[in-house]
Design a protein around this ligand. Structure first.
Ligand code: ADP
Ligand code: ASP
Ligand code: MG
Length: 783
């Protein structure tokens, strides 16, 4: 059993679910929250709630303007309680008591702003808890001020105690915790800054070492810009932790200022989504290379005041900024000029009064203040290292009256300061520049086995970055295998893919008839002759083709016919994964030929599966056990005999020979395992394992006696295509090959005597799917 601060915890740590004010704003929203709790929250999990939408704003007004604002507040909270609860009386009584306390506390000025604002979260937690009880869902609510104590920088003090309290109450049903509230080291109740419940959630998650934090809000994820401001904005499936942190520091509502900090040490998955969502939301992942150097999202913060403080030492600057943080005043675009001793920073207009008080108390000199300022920021992993992106962004801002360009201390952000009036226009302009995409070419995937599923997974994961690269949106319209299909007129990439419509008579092709004479990319990830037989039809329809299926590419007559038709139709056909999975073998040969080289021969190990099986086989464990394992790991074709027969290598050899124009070569082809041992059905083949083991053991023994090893080799030249099992000595380039690797040794006029060698994993779902993705990107870029 794992431990946190000496407390035993189950291996499956509690998840934290935060429901924002917008998710709790009315009876309909609360019903969605309850459905989400039923479907996603386990008894051991912690729920963190914000105040019901609008309540914090009303409490601020009450605090600022006085008790005459109380009746309107009472009215709205009472109305919410009575519509949500079947039996509201008990909660209404305690609500009225609270309002009494609030009223008298305000009149006697004994309440701090924190005490006043706290009621929002207290009422919200009680309301949700009471409704869950009415529905028979065990739970109990807690005031986070009894659990979380934080220092002036909002970091937890005595985390062990907090964990103990949180874990102690396990078994009493779901814990509902008030977000936004904590206590300071002096024991006073405090609040954690606007939108602070996001921070409460990640803080609790880090204390409990949760593996996941769900931020349920009114949008189904983080978008390329605030979707309420830029309607064209699109959801981003994944953000890196660095991007999420950069975004949160820019004061975006969707992620509170400090949301990410607690998770830097104890990373947990953060999922941002809306209740009853149709999509997977946005996932914050620790790291991802996808989208590196590209703008992922644009943040927008308006109504700021830019302050310039002069004659301030560096140390004093840090102290002053810490004082602002302790006062929950967020600062943006801070810049300290050491030589001039000038500090420039922005605060929100609402915080300006308190900021100027702090400036005065600190005896600092405010030399300039400029209100009505907006901060527009581009965020994306390492964008600052991508000069093309930075100059594109700066180029677009040139048409606006920019006050300042700010370069924060991380590589993921570039900020522009300008007047509020121009901000939305700049945001829209940058959004169009960064994210406007041409309409998509529909994509269809045939084959939903190992490779098909992996391919769709990486297509989903990298959607945003691929779209940026190909400058068009991706639209996967259909997925099918020989039995079932799933078709959507629009993009399937945000959905759960379940091919469940009957496809036994090729119904999918009926569905695709709408696309005849329209561009479409058909990706054949099957090994099926039935699909291969339709290639001429696909091309006649005007579709691009990508094949991992070797059947047509290895057949010179069929391939030549197809190519003639493709040329007429101006369509592409890429087959790079038919040989060497994602290894750049066909493309390298093409480039050599295009640049005038003459390739004389290609030799090597062309089968990842046979390389793996023969590489693992050491004469000890029976040969067929390795075959079974390779099959289970998807290193082989669906029928492993396609590999063992050598057919698969033979096809690859034919594909390369065709590419090199070696059409007249004589063919010497011997299967890796004799045909008679592989005849009949697949079951009969497996049943013959002992005989195959014996055959291979004999070959291995003979090879071993000569100090050699077994290797299934292919060699192609203009004279001969030779595919056979050979004994190789230790000097052979294929001798030290890692099991599963392919090696292609290319002899050419330019590489005479010292051949060009391409080596690496040549089988497996990951690399093959990645190779297919490369082909897709190439087709989309050229289409
Ligand atoms: P909650 O009440 O759940 O805390 P907030 O209103 O604080 O929700 O935050 C969600 C809001 O953040 C959205 O409604 C949206 O207007 C705003 N927002 C700002 N930038 C983005 C963005 N890039 N993606 C999604 N939402 C954003
Ligand atoms: N209720 C607080 C606010 O409105 C905290 C939060 O919603 O996260 O800012
Ligand atoms: Mg919020």
């Amino acid at each position: 059993m794992a431990e946190i601060y000496g407390q035993p915890v189950a291996r499956e740590t509690p998840a934290v679910h935060k429901f924002g004010g917008s998710s709790l704003k009315d009876v309909t929203a609360i019903s969605s929250v309850i459905r989400t709790i039923r479907s996603h929250v386990r008894t051991e999990d912690v729920v963190v709630v914000s105040a019901n939408g609008g309540v914090t704003d009303q409490l601020i007004q009450v605090f600022n303007d006085g008790t005459h604002r109380l009746p309107a507040l009472r009215e709205s909270v009472q109305q919410l309680v009575t519509t949500v609860l079947d039996q509201p009386d008990a909660l209404l009584v305690s609500l009225l008591e609270d309002l009494e306390l609030l009223s008298s506390g305000l009149s006697q000025t004994t309440l701090s702003v924190h005490d006043v604002l706290a009621y929002g979260e207290l009422w919200s937690a009680q309301l949700l808890s009471a409704r869950l009880h009415e529905l028979g869902i065990p739970n109990h609510w807690r005031d986070a001020r009894d659990i979380l104590t934080v220092d002036a920088q909002n970091n937890p003090v005595n985390p062990a105690k907090a964990v103990q309290i949180l874990l102690d109450s396990k078994g009493e049903g779901i814990q509902i915790l008030t977000g936004f509230l904590a206590r300071n080291e002096a024991g006073q109740g405090i609040t954690l800054g606007r939108n602070g419940s996001d921070y409460s959630a990640t803080l609790v998650a880090s204390l409990l070492r949760s593996s996941a934090v769900y931020l349920w809000t009114d949008v189904d994820g983080v978008y390329t810009a605030d979707p309420h401001v830029i309607p064209e904005a699109r959801r981003i499936p994944t953000l890196t932790l660095g991007e999420a942190q950069a975004l949160s520091e820019l004061g975006s509502h969707v992620l509170h200022h400090k949301t990410i900090n607690p998770l830097l040490q104890h990373p947990a998955r953060i999922i941002i989504n809306t209740c009853d969502s149709d999509t997977l939301g946005t996932d914050v992942v620790e790291q991802s290379r996808a989208g590196e150097g590209q703008v992922k999202t644009l943040a927008h913060k308006s109504q700021l005041v830019q302050l310039t403080l002069a004659g301030i030492h560096e140390l004093r600057t840090r102290q002053f900024q810490a004082e602002l943080t302790a006062g929950q005043i967020n600062q943006y675009a801070c810049h300290y000029d050491k030589t001039r001793q000038v500090l420039q920073l922005c605060v929100e207009q609402v915080d300006f009064f308190r900021t100027s008080q702090l400036i005065r108390q600190a005896g600092l000199t405010l030399v300039q203040q400029l209100s009505g300022v907006s901060l527009i920021s581009a965020v994306g992993h390492n964008i600052r290292q991508n000069h093309r992106v930075i100059s594109q962004l700066l180029g677009r801002t040139a048409r606006f009256d920019v006050l300042n360009i700010h370069y924060p201390g991380n590589d993921h952000t570039l900020c522009v300061l300008l007047a509020d009036e121009q901000a939305e226009a700049l945001l829209a302009d940058l959004h169009a520049a960064c994210f406007d995409l041409a309409p998509s070419i529909p994509i269809v995937v045939l084959g939903y086995g190992n490779i098909g599923q992996q391919f769709i997974r990486i297509l989903k994961d990298n959607k945003a970055s691929i779209e940026q690269r190909v400058k068009q949106s991706l639209s996967l319209v259909a997925v099918a295998n020989s039995r079932h299909y799933q078709y959507a007129g629009e993009c399937l990439l945000d959905e759960v893919i379940v091919p469940d419509q009957d496809n036994t008579s090729g119904e999918i092709y009926q569905r695709l008839s709408d696309y005849i004479n329209k561009p479409l990319v058909l990706i054949d990830l099957t090994a099926s002759e039935a699909v291969a037989a339709r290639y001429p039809e696909f091309v006649a329809n005007g579709w691009h083709l990508i094949s991992a299926n070797k059947l047509v590419a290895a057949d010179d007559i069929r391939a030549s016919h197809l190519e003639a038709e493709l040329e007429k139709q101006h369509r592409r056909w890429l087959t790079n994964t038919t040989v060497g999975a994602a290894l750049p073998i066909q493309s390298s040969l093409r480039k050599l030929i295009e640049s005038g080289d003459q390739v004389q021969a290609v030799n090597g190990v062309f089968s990842g599966s046979l390389s793996w099986i023969f590489g693992q086989y050491d004469g000890q464990r029976p040969f067929m056990e390795w075959v079974r394992q390779a099959h289970a790991n998807a290193y082989t074709e669906p029928d492993p005999r396609d590999d063992l027969s050598g057919q698969d290598v033979y096809r690859k050899a034919l594909i390369l020979a065709r590419q090199l124009g070696f059409n007249e070569a004589r063919v010497v082809f011997t299967p890796a395992i004799p045909d008679e041992l592989m005849a009949g059905t697949l079951e009969q083949f497996w049943a013959r394992s002992a005989a195959i083991d014996e055959h291979v053991a004999g070959l291995w023994k003979a090879a071993n006696e000569q100090g050699k090893s077994l290797c299934y080799l292919a060699s192609i030249s203009s004279q001969e295509i030779n595919v056979s099992l050979q004994l190789i000595d230790q000097q052979h380039p294929a001798a030290g090959l890692r099991p599963g690797d392919n090696i292609f040794v290319i002899d050419s006029a330019w590489y005479a005597g010292n051949p060009l060698v391409i080596q690496g994993p040549g089988a497996g779902r990951e690399v093959t799917a990645a190779g297919v993705l490369n082909d897709l990107i190439e087709v989309l870029q050229s289409a």
